[in-house]
Structures are given as structure tokens and as C-alpha cells.
Design a protein around this ligand. Structure first.
Ligand code: GLU
Length: 337
């Protein structure tokens, strides 16, 4: 007798809190609500009638935390949880629900560090679940549909928001409260969700996941990396405080093309002499920080961030410092990831 065994497409949904799990006392309140109230299973419940029959969901609560309270330990916890689930439950894809504030940092960390070709989709919402026109349920439905799609196998970690699909390296939150907050300046989205169908326009171009050298296997903590914000008249107090706090890397959120004031240069020189990595990025929000442009990186010993924002450069530097310490080798990571 020949038996056909049909295995359902299994998607693991990990909940961490955020606005997507938020509740307000009035449906018209979209601003002063409590985030991180509903469980992952609660947020999935309204989707049941719209999910294809061949999709089954596993729900797992990792935390109930606004993402402004995430730390590098939270990233590691999530990476370890996904890796473990990958082996024990063998899902076909993953969805991670979280607050939108630092969503892009978690997504880029997982994009660099996870060792899987399966789709991983990070998703949030700008309005609480109780709101009229809440965006969470549709975003979450699209995230599950995207994670179940074989079309995006090998794409690494993606973010889906307001019917657009973004690559984790490029996406950023760009608005305090609009449902159209997520975008990729300069690069645009990689595709769209059209009534649940995945419509791709391009692939992520930089290496990630199984093609990156980074791994969290056996890693219990990440090197401390801090961000220094540049502004007219800024002193070097923050740099000195970070050095006293034991920082291993400093990301300069520089003006323009990653320029560094003479006051900051003096403090960074000391940092570099102490073996602290210094990465030049830009606070402008888009564009490429050119190596040996606004600063002679070869002579100064600094690294340019390519197109990474300060917060994304910090993610890459944290992982890069687990493998290398020298500026030229760290620069190669920024050129390739
Ligand atoms: N600040 C909260 C967080 O990041 C809510 C923001 C949101 O989820 O949109 O979790």
C-alpha cells in the first residue's frame, strides 16, 4: 500500500512583547497604551480564519518587554532560542514579534548570526492590538505568510510592515507613530505582500546567516560597544565615560560623511591607542560613509561603516569583535556585511 504523508508548513512564532501585544483602555487611543500585555498565542488568535489550512503555528513566549529595554543579552537569548527550536521542532520558518523601537537592531543581529537558510521574519506594530485600525494583525498575518514562503529561503532575516518586505540590514524605523514607519532609505524594499502573495523585486546583496562567519554558538555575552553622538560643540565626556566603563568599541554617529571634530579626534586617538575599535558612521540617516573621506582612516586607525546607521554599525561591531580586533580586518567585515 502506498501512503502519502503530507506534512504541514510549520511556522514557529516567538513573542517578546511590544505594541503588537499592547492594550489601551479605549479603541481610539493609539498613543498612551500599555505595551507587552498579550501573549504570542493571543496575538495569533484573530488570524486563525485567514491562515491557509496547510500552515500550522507553534507559539512560544520568550519575554514581555518593550524593545527599548532589549539588551545584547536579549539578542543572544533570541538567537539561542531560534537555533534550539530549529533543531527540536524543525519548523519551516520563524516569526519574531517585538516592539518596533529597536526592531531593526534585533533583525540585523539575527541576520548576521543565525545559521539557517529558513525564512526569519521580524514583525511589530505601530498601534496597539485594541486600536481601531490596528496594524498588528495584518502585519502578523503577512509575517506568517512570508515565513511560510519557499520563495524567500536564503534571504536571511526580513522585516514585514505595512505590506512591504525589507531586508534586515537595510530597514529602519523612520517615524515616531505612523503605520508607514518602516523603510529602507536609498535601497527600498525587497518586495511586497499582495493579499498574502509574496512579490519579490530583488535579493539582499550582502552576505548573511549561513554565509557569515559570525555565530552565537557557545557565546554567553557580547563585547561592549557604545555609540557617541556628534553635534555642534560636543565635548569628549561621553567618550571618556565609555572608556572608563570598559567599552571595546565606539561607533561615532558623525555629522555628514562621518566627520569627527578635533575635540572628539583627541579622545578617539586615546581610545585607539588603548585597543578600542572606532567606527565612523553618520547621523544623516542615509548614504555611504566613505573610507579615507572626511577622515584619513588609514592614518587614524578608524573604520568606516559603509551604509550602516550608527545602531546597525554597533550590531556588526559587537559580533565582529568576537572574532577579530585589528582595524583592517574589522574594516573587511564592514565592507562585506
Ligand atoms: N516602545 C515600545 C517597544 O519598542 C513600543 C513601540 C512599538 O512596539 O511600536 O516595544
Amino acid at each position: 500500500m502506498v501512503e502519502t504523508l503530507m506534512r504541514k508548513t510549520r511556522i514557529a512564532v516567538l513573542g517578546t512583547g511590544g505594541t503588537i501585544a499592547g492594550e489601551a483602555s479605549s479603541a481610539s487611543d493609539v498613543l498612551s497604551y500599555q505595551d507587552s500585555q498579550l501573549s504570542a498565542a493571543d496575538t495569533l488568535a484573530p488570524l486563525a480564519p485567514y491562515l491557509p489550512r496547510e500552515v500550522e503555528l507553534l507559539a512560544l513566549q520568550i519575554s514581555q518587554l518593550g524593545s527599548e529595554n532589549f539588551s545584547t543579552d536579549t539578542w543572544l537569548l533570541l538567537a539561542h532560542a531560534i537555533s534550539r527550536l530549529d533543531q527540536t521542532e524543525e519548523p519551516d520558518g520563524f516569526v519574531l514579534t517585538q516592539g518596533t523601537d529597536t526592531l531593526e537592531e534585533t533583525a540585523y543581529f539575527l541576520h548576521l548570526a543565525l545559521k539557517t537558510a529558513k525564512p526569519v521574519v521580524v514583525v511589530g506594530a505601530m498601534r496597539p492590538a485594541t486600536a481601531i485600525s490596528a496594524d498588528g494583525p495584518l502585519n502578523l498575518l503577512r509575517a506568517v505568510q512570508l515565513a511560510a514562503s519557499p520563495q524567500v529561503r536564503g534571504f536571511g532575516v526580513m522585516v514585514v510592515a505595512n505590506e512591504r518586505i525589507f531586508s534586515a540590514r537595510e530597514v529602519t524605523k523612520s517615524h515616531t507613530s505612523s503605520i508607514d514607519s518602516f523603510c529602507s532609505p536609498e535601497f527600498g524594499c525587497v518586495g511586497y505582500m499582495q493579499n498574502g502573495d509574496v512579490k519579490l523585486h530583488r535579493m539582499p546583496s550582502r552576505h548573511h546567516t549561513i554565509n557569515s562567519p559570525f555565530s552565537v554558538s557557545g557565546l554567553q555575552s557580547l563585547p561592549k560597544v557604545d555609540i557617541v553622538y556628534a553635534y555642534a560643540g560636543a565635548g569628549s565626556e561621553s567618550i571618556r565615560a565609555f572608556l572608563d566603563g570598559g567599552t571595546r568599541g565606539l561607533v561615532h554617529a558623525g555629522t555628514g560623511n562621518g566627520s569627527i571634530s578635533s575635540v572628539h579626534q583627541m579622545a578617539y586617538r586615546e581610545a585607539i591607542l588603548r585597543g578600542v575599535a572606532v567606527v565612523r558612521s553618520s547621523r544623516t540617516g542615509s548614504g555611504l560613509v566613505s573610507r579615507n573621506g572626511a577622515v584619513d582612516d588609514d592614518a587614524f586607525g578608524s573604520i568606516s561603516s559603509d551604509t550602516l546607521s550608527p545602531q546597525k554599525a554597533r550590531v556588526l561591531l559587537s559580533l565582529a569583535l568576537t572574532l577579530k580586533q585589528d582595524a583592517p580586518e574589522l574594516q573587511r567585515y564592514f565592507d562585506n556585511y
